[in-house]
Design a protein around this ligand. Structure first.
Ligand code: 5GP
Length: 189
């Protein structure tokens, strides 16, 4: 998506350890006009898939997922993160190693919210090593729901998270695909 690529080139900052900072329009301050355009792109890609629920992970996926939910006309669920493994209640859980924080979290969704009747589209801001997407897809599987695919704002292709997930059969559509971030330069696929 040209608009998103241009915005990354203009306002993105390359941080340490292969992290791209997009705090001025995506991860901290949110450009809602841009989110609307991204949501329309996701709709074009997945509109024939009978999506009836959108699933994301807190915190930075929530904004994009909400606008996307508005376009699809369906509810948005965000998987909650907890640092403890002992979680009370009727929930599906998965373990996720955070790329940006270096910690492992348990993510969870209430069993009542995801059922075998659901066709789920996962939405997230970044795909790096694939742990978040893998955890979210595990929650969908545990619920017996259908996973329609994943819509990602920015995929860092050089971190290869998408490789095994695509091989496992998950349809992943990323709006901006970064091939490399070297010597202060961002190159798209
Ligand atoms: P993964 O689990 O695919 O390794 O990483 C995906 C998650 O880590 C996303 O939910 C996102 O919040 C965070 N993340 C990964 N790479 C980046 C990055 O370069 N910049 C930012 N801001 N977040 C990232």
């Amino acid at each position: 998506m040209r608009l998103l690529e241009e915005r990354i080139l203009r306002d993105g900052k390359i941080g340490d350890g292969g992290v791209l900072k997009v705090d001025s329009f995506l991860n901290h301050q949110m450009d809602i006009a841009l989110f609307c355009k991204m949501a329309e792109e996701f709709y074009k890609l997945f509109r024939n898939e009978h999506v009836n629920k959108i699933l994301t992970i807190e915190a930075s996926g929530i904004g994009i997922a909400c606008i996307t939910g508005q376009v699809f006309g369906c509810p948005v669920i965000f998987a909650k993160k907890s640092e403890t493994i002992n979680i009370a209640g009727d929930v599906y859980t998965a373990r996720v190693e955070s790329f940006t924080h270096g910690k492992t979290y348990t993510i969870m969704v209430a069993k009542a919210l995801l059922t075998p009747a659901d066709s789920v589209l996962i939405i997230d801001d970044f795909l790096a090593r694939g742990a978040a997407l893998s955890g979210l897809s595990a929650l969908v599987r545990a619920a017996g729901a259908a996973l329609v695919g994943a819509g990602i704002a920015i995929e860092k292709v050089f971190q290869h998270g998408g490789d095994s997930l695509r091989e496992s059969g998950i349809r992943i559509e990323s709006l901006a695909r970064i091939q490399s971030m070297e010597n202060g330069r961002i190159a798209f696929c």
